[in-house]
Design a binder for this molecule. Structure first.
Ligand code: GAL
Length: 358
């Protein structure tokens, strides 16, 4: 078997750079590796995205960057979206496998990727867990998700400091992501590490979800249970933060620290307007490029190596997240991951001028 070493080199301008450091053909034959799908199937990369509602990233960025990267490397990209439906996830996977796949890149949705992974591997097709972990996957390509959480915790502390509040005395609500997403626990672990070190404990913690409307409902109940008092909300992503912010606005609660993730348009607008302290910007192209590099190596029947592993031993390649407050919104625009036109609407326009977003 040929071996290719993929090492995530020092983060280059916030990107996890992957370097093919070695590529030598093995001396022994391909010992029992049934991974050579051969023919047309061997040139196809099959990708399943989870939904469109939890974050705009999947359709706006992941799809585009994965497709461009795979096609530029000369492979066919079959990219589909399960639209938040585990049944549809299984159906898409069956169809893709019937047509043939040389590799699968799966973003898990509610555990649906587990059975697909087993099925693919039984046919000798390697599986890359893309963005979210999947038990038994051959590779996990994502961001450093504990670090994502730490940056969210930092946003909470920054917002409290700006409001002149002592973290150890602050009323903080924890609004995590859907626990069916393996990343949600990592985001929470990182955030709690930073918040606890500053003396914060959760005043209330509704169930985790990836849904803006549900987050609004859950947060409103938590706020009522706290007698309408809140100083900070640790929120795991921008879609949920937007839901929380509708309730803060409804109750005229200004100056509350709020975190988020994904640097989506609503999040960036809320940051410029002062309703959200910061977001964790994850340049999706870094993650997609890393996944394409692993996929292409596997399609070429090479064995990529990663320089980290998850607790269960899965090789893990992690891109670097970046904290974005009002001053950095322009950097996300400059990188092409948000458009000033979309952000700078209505009330936001003067803030765009103030922060140089154009
Ligand atoms: C996470 C992902 C985030 C966010 C969230 C909601 O797994 O890493 O970027 O999009 O899901 O979909």
């Amino acid at each position: 078997m040929k071996r290719t070493s993929l090492a995530s080199a020092a983060a280059l301008a916030g990107a996890a750079a992957l370097v093919l450091t070695a590529c030598s053909s093995g001396d022994s034959g391909d010992s029992g590796d049934s991974g050579d799908a051969g023919g047309e199937a061997g040139t196809r990369a099959c990708v399943i995205l989870p939904d469109a509602a939890s974050s705009p990233r999947w359709e706006n960025f992941d799809r585009k960057y994965l497709q461009e990267g795979l096609e530029a490397a000369g492979f066919e990209a079959d990219i589909q979206n399960a639209q938040g439906d585990t049944q549809q996830y299984a159906t898409i996977a069956d169809q893709q496998l019937t047509q043939g796949c040389g590799v699968m890149l799966l973003v898990d949705y509610n555990g649906a990727a587990g059975a697909v992974t087993e099925n693919a591997q039984a046919q000798g097709i390697p599986v890359i867990a893309y963005d979210r972990p999947i038990a038994g996957a051959d590779y996990y390509v994502s961001f450093d998700n504990i670090e994502v959480g730490r940056l969210e915790g930092q946003a909470v502390l920054d917002g409290l400091e700006a409001a002149g509040k002592d973290p150890a005395e602050a009323v903080v609500v924890y609004m995590g992501g859907d626990p069916a997403d393996g990343n949600a626990a990592m985001f929470r672990d990182g955030a709690v590490e930073v918040m606890e070190a500053a003396g914060i404990t959760a005043a209330a913690e509704p169930p985790g979800v990836w849904d803006g409307d549900e987050s609004a409902t859950n947060f409103e109940q938590a706020l009522t249970s706290l007698g309408g008092e809140v100083d900070a909300v640790w929120v795991a992503n921008d879609t949920n933060a937007a839901g929380v912010i509708t309730i803060l606005q409804k109750n005229n609660l200004e100056g509350v620290a709020v975190s988020g993730q994904d640097a989506n348009v609503a999040g960036l607008q809320n940051i410029l307007l002062g309703w959200q302290t910061a977001t964790v910007y994850k340049p999706v192209k870094d993650e997609a490029d890393a996944a394409v590099e692993v996929a292409v190596a596997l399609l070429n029947d090479e064995t990529p190596e990663a320089d980290q592993t998850l607790d269960d031993g899965t090789p893990y390649i992690a891109a670097t997240p970046i904290l974005v407050g009002p001053e950095q919104v322009k950097d996300v625009v400059a990188a092409g991951d948000a458009s000033a036109e979309e952000i700078c609407q209505g009330d936001v326009a003067p803030m765009c001028e103030e922060y140089g977003v154009e």
